[in-house]
Design a protein around this ligand. Structure first.
Ligand SMILES: Nc1ncnc2c1ncn2[C@@H]1O[C@H](COP(=O)(O)OP(=O)(O)O)[C@@H](O)[C@H]1O
Ligand SMILES: [Mg+2]
Length: 466
């Protein structure tokens, strides 16, 4: 067989539900090798060899990759394999993003440092290595706010006093003696809500350890959990933003940037469960706001020096400003990369990823502006045992339902933890010609799924959709 026609050997790192589409597609043209701690039977028909190791075990994966003589290495929809992919490709001289960029895109503290270098505004934040430092930063934020409030109160008091003078022709403050400022203060200053911060590990995913704190005690109580998930044990303490959230997927080839799609992120109403109940493309934001987010996305991705790949970036608003939460050098999880990018832009995402890993993508692929509406909808199971799981086949047969995780659901399934990190969600990808149609289709999925869970105390409930 000529060198040209020989099947290339591709190593994929990570073997969760969301890497299956990549492995399936890659197996059509390549011999696929897989490295992950657990590899389910679903992958067996598509792979030629496997290594059962933690996806972060760079040395073991490199040795395996050399032994197999791989021609390329890639991952998708997971952050924890990104550094190993960068490492193996760099060490073997294969196409990749380089270790340094791999680390930048997987360390939220380095991301913030780079934003500062690029002059891009960010939410107030600090990376700390002890709970006392975290509390110290929290106190700084409280002090800053108090000072800001005092200034604004003083300005209001001045205005009130000016108005009084103007209205009455004389300064009634004269009769109040030294109490005027205090009186004005009590009129203008309202009780301030507590300063809120979010604490998070530097390098996990799935919102593990991410928690909101509204006072010092809460920081002291929750700090250890955030630190536990951080490989350096360091924690980011960040001003808590309250605005809407966006998700942007983009494509990079030879350092050239293209937006693929921009969507809205909607959350479950569960405390400290920073998991999206749905992500919907395209966003409902008006053109000006959409442009603002996308210009920021391009500036960041270019500024971070990504050579190639799909990116997944999350943004949050505070007031009129848009801020980066995090960016990743791989496509969005929960089938965003495999399904929602394709439904939105027409890109054959997996083929693109295989091509860049092998250095075969010479030209910018065609990217369509938003072809249709689409999104994922996800639900949690409450603690208990599933006693009814009907309608799954019906849902899967619906023409507007795409990839999903419903095959995991069956009567008898036990949910002991009632965990609310993102990895214990089950998701369904849905599309529609219009936003209204998408919403109606999502409703139909909810109505068709007949799921009942019996809790340990005997009560029967449905899945958690909100
Ligand atoms: N500064 C912040 N203000 C408000 N919410 C935030 C902030 N930072 C993170 N979040 C929320 O927490 C979620 C998880 O944080 P993120 O940094 O994305 O961690 P992960 O890597 O676990 O996804 C975000 O999607 C967002 O909803
Ligand atoms: Mg995130």
């Amino acid at each position: 067989m000529s060198e040209l026609n020989k099947r290339k050997k591709l190593l994929v790192i990570g073997a969760g539900d969301f890497q299956l589409p990549l492995v399936q597609k890659a197996s059509e043209t390549c011999d696929v090798f897989l490295a992950a701690p657990v590899i389910s039977e679903a992958f067996y028909p598509y792979i030629k060899g496997r290594l059962l190791k933690d996806v972060r075990d760079e040395e073991a994966i490199l040795t395996f990759a050399k032994d197999q003589g791989i021609d390329g290495v890639i991952t998708d929809q997971t952050d924890i394999a990104v550094r190993s992919v960068a490492y193996v490709s760099e060490k073997m001289g294969l196409p990749g993003i380089g270790c340094e960029t791999g680390i930048l895109f997987t360390d939220k503290s380095l991301m913030r440092a780079r934003l500062a270098e690029l002059g891009i505004p960010q939410l107030k934040n600090r990376t700390v290595s002890s709970v006392d430092q975290a509390v110290g930063f929290y106190r700084e934020l409280c002090r800053e706010r108090q000072e800001k409030q005092a200034l604004s109160d003083a300005a209001k008091a001045q205005e009130t006093s000016n108005n009084t003078r103007n209205n009455t022709g004389y300064n009634i403050g004269d009769n109040r003696g030294d109490n005027s400022a205090d009186a004005a203060k009590s009129e203008t200053s309202s009780a301030l809500p507590p300063v809120k911060v979010i604490i998070k590990p530097l390098d996990t995913q799935g919102s593990r350890g991410v928690q909101v704190c509204a006072d010092e005690q809460e920081i002291r109580k929750k700090y250890e959990e955030a630190s536990r998930w951080s490989s350096s044990r360091e924690v980011i303490v960040e001003q808590f933003a309250t605005g809407r959230e966006f998700v942007v997927e983009s494509l990079v080839l030879g350092y050239e940037y293209r937006t693929l799609c921009i969507g809205d992120t909607l959350y479950f109403d569960i405390p400290d469960a920073f998991a999206a109940k749905s992500r919907i493309f395209p966003t409902t934001a008006d053109d000006a706001l959409r442009r603002k987010v996308l210009e920021l996305d391009e500036k960041i991705i270019r500024g971070f020096g990504l050579r190639q790949g799909i990116t997944h970036s999350e943004y949050i608003m505070e007031g009129d400003e848009v801020y980066l939460i995090e960016t990743a050098a791989r496509g969005g999880g929960v089938f965003i990369s495999s399904d929602l990018i394709h439904l939105s832009s027409g890109l054959e995402t997996e083929q693109f990823l295989v091509n860049i890993a092998l250095g075969q993508q010479k030209e910018m692929p065609v990217i369509h502006p938003q072809l249709q509406y689409c999104g994922y909808m996800a639900f949690y199971l409450p603690v208990g045992r599933v006693i009814r799981a009907d309608g799954i086949e019906k849902v899967c047969a619906l023409p507007f339902v795409h990839r999903n995780q419903l095959s995991k659901l069956h009567a008898g399934l036990e949910n002991r933890e009632g965990a609310t990190d993102k990895t214990s969600r089950l998701a369904v990808i849905v599309s529609g010609k219009t936003r209204e149609e998408l919403e109606a289709n999502m409703q139909e999925v909810r109505n068709t799924l007949q799921i009942e869970i019996q809790s340990p105390d005997g009560t029967v409930t449905g899945p958690i959709w909100e």
